[in-house]
Design a binder for this molecule. Structure first.
Ligand code: HEM
Length: 216
């Protein structure tokens, strides 16, 4: 790649638009990874080579990276003056002048991502059931982002782009399938640990304390 390539690229008045499109695609991939790791971190599967905390840490870090990229993606759309996207269109969905429906879905996704990431970072402040209900909206956030990209994107009908979207849907569907298939096993584990709990001794195994907290 010659130095002229960069000089020309930075002088191109479509640079912001290219960056907006590029960050959109990478964002979809990162959000997909984050959703999949989130789903898999609830599955009790772990090994010496891949302990459960690794999945949880990766999920957390990927979510934070997605937020940083989301800020960049939305900011590029606002700064680029080719179409009229105002700063409040980034937070208030469906009221924009440009592609209100498709852009609104991106905004809705952004709002849901902000809520899930912020509540995710302050989990202990919430009752377990409330926290879980909020966190489940991340599926909706991911789906809204996916449909937004497909509806508004310049490249979204290109074969490579459709391929990426189909792969993302497949990965999330696969992760959900794994989660659903282990639900029965998880309930069985919980029941077994409940029945093993000695009564009146003041002793309570960590496993059942965890499940009680989860069922609060
Ligand atoms: C307020 C938030 C958002 C704004 C203002 C915004 C804005 C835009 C705009 C203007 C485009 C069109 C680029 C073009 O002309 O091709 C675009 C494309 C795209 N956006 Fe967003 N977006 C937002 C949130 C999101 C989110 C949360 C995702 C998550 C997946 C996302 C993923 C994409 C994708 C995949 C594309 C398609 C790129 C292409 O194929 O050309 N966006 N976005």
């Amino acid at each position: 790649m010659s130095p002229d390539f960069f000089t020309e690229a930075f002088q191109d008045d479509r640079l912001l638009w290219f960056l907006n499109r590029g960050t959109g695609v990478i964002l979809l991939v990162l959000m997909t990874g984050s959703v999949c790791l989130g789903v898999l971190s609830t599955v009790r599967a772990s090994s010496v080579f891949w302990p459960r905390f690794v999945t949880q840490q990766l999920h957390r870090n990927l979510s934070l990276l997605s937020v940083a990229l989301l800020i960049a993606h939305a900011a590029l759309a606002v700064i680029d003056e080719f179409v009229n996207i105002r700063w409040w269109d980034v937070l208030i969905p469906f009221l924009g002048e440009y592609e209100p429906l498709w852009l609104g879905l991106g905004t809705l996704s952004t709002d849901l991502v902000i809520v899930t990431v912020l509540t995710g970072l302050s989990r202990t402040r919430f009752r377990s059931r409330t926290w879980r209900a909020i966190h489940l909206t991340s599926y909706l956030g991911w789906a809204a982002g996916l449909v937004h990209g497909f509806g508004i994107g310049t490249d979204s009908r290109e074969t490579w782009s459709v391929g990426i979207s189909v792969a993302c849907v497949g990965l999330v569907a696969g992760a959900i399938a794994v989660r659903l298939s282990t639900l029965g096993q998880e309930k069985q584990l919980e029941r077994r640990s409940e029945s093993r709990r000695p009564t009146g001794s003041g002793y309570e195994p960590a496993q059942s304390r965890r499940s009680r907290r989860r069922n609060r």
